[in-house]
Ligand binder design. Structure first.
Ligand code: CP
Length: 308
């Protein structure tokens, strides 16, 4: 990492990501470690969240630290017009670490530039969600036994989906093949396709979530079409239910296939998939706890003594 904040997944080198995966394994086996005694973290959530906020807060609690923060910016002085800079400057007076989700792309970068304490980006608009990416990598590694040479199919809102954007950047070290399945309106942005070309990553684009695509996949990464990212709700209505994964669609899939989804889901995965052993999205969310414990220790410079 170039500095102590985590703004983008590209802040980590490949070696740092692999070390973090090892740390996550450690925390999965040892979730309660008193490594944050005397430290306070702030969770500043300007956008709704269930998993990210609660798993970060659980991570701090299980590490022996304390948490302050808000889950609804309407209850804070930002609703009176306080700027993000002033909010960050104030919270700096109280805590050792800030974990922030914001609707504006670049908000985490800006916060990291004005903050005296490390910032962890818990999602900034359609841009990046690096802690999600670390739990996704861990989930892929745990289910496939490797990260290299996998075929990963991303489905749904690839335009605004920050989780798929971050995952592409992380996976570029591991020679993936991507299938991008999306409606014309929600295709993968050009900058990420250009990133793939620059790094020699092969990708296919299609609007057809066909049996052929499913049966070639090691990972299917479903995403929600995010109503909150659309300025024109007519556009949202047109595309919101285009892709729905049903259990019968997995009949010819590979044995090692696992279905991931950052959650929350709306209609894109039928509940009849939930009992299929290839469904991994609930365990994926559980892995978020270990990912966030590892990331918090990393940004605070806390070394793990794994021999203890
Ligand atoms: N995956 C994820 O970011 O979920 P939340 O929006 O519930 O935090």
């Amino acid at each position: 990492m170039k500095n102590e904040s985590l703004v983008s997944i590209s802040d980590f080198t490949k070696e740092e990501m692999l070390e973090l995966l090892d740390d996550m394994r450690y925390f999965e086996a040892n979730p309660n470690r008193n490594l944050l005694q005397g430290k306070v973290a702030a969770t500043l959530f300007f956008e709704p969240s269930t998993r990210t906020r609660l798993s970060f807060e659980t991570a701090v609690n299980r590490l022996g630290g304390k948490v302050i923060g808000f889950s609804d910016a309407a209850t804070t002085s930002s609703s009176k017009g306080e700027t993000l800079k002033d909010t960050i400057m104030m919270v700096n007076n109280y805590v050792d670490l800030i974990i922030m989700r914001h609707h504006l792309e670049g908000a985490a970068r800006y916060a990291s530039e004005v903050s005296r304490v490390p910032i962890i980006n818990a999602g900034d608009g359609a841009n990046q969600h690096p802690s999600q990416t670390m739990l996704d990598l861990y989930s892929i590694y745990k289910t496939q036994g490797r990260l290299d040479n996998l075929t990963i199919t991303m489905v749904g809102d690839l335009k605004y989906g920050r989780t798929v954007h971050s995952l592409i950047m992380a996976m570029h070290y591991f020679n993936p093949t991507f299938n991008f399945v999306a409606a014309d309106e929600l295709q993968m942005p050009e900058q990420y396709k250009e990133f793939c070309r620059e790094h020699g990553i092969s990708f296919n684009e299609t609007a057809d979530f066909s049996a052929d695509v499913i049966n070639r996949s090691d990972i299917i990464y479903m995403t929600r079409v995010q109503r909150e990212r659309f300025t024109d709700l007519m556009e949202y209505e047109k595309v919101k239910n285009l892709y729905n994964l049903h259990n019968s669609m997995l009949d010819g899939s590979k044995d090692n296939l696992r279905i991931l989804h950052p959650l929350p889901r709306v209609n894109e995965i039928s509940t009849d998939v939930d009992d299929n052993p290839k469904a991994y999205y609930f365990q994926q969310a559980q892995n978020g706890l270990y990912a966030r414990q590892a990331i918090i220790c990393k940004v605070l410079g806390i070394k793990l003594n794994k021999e203890e």
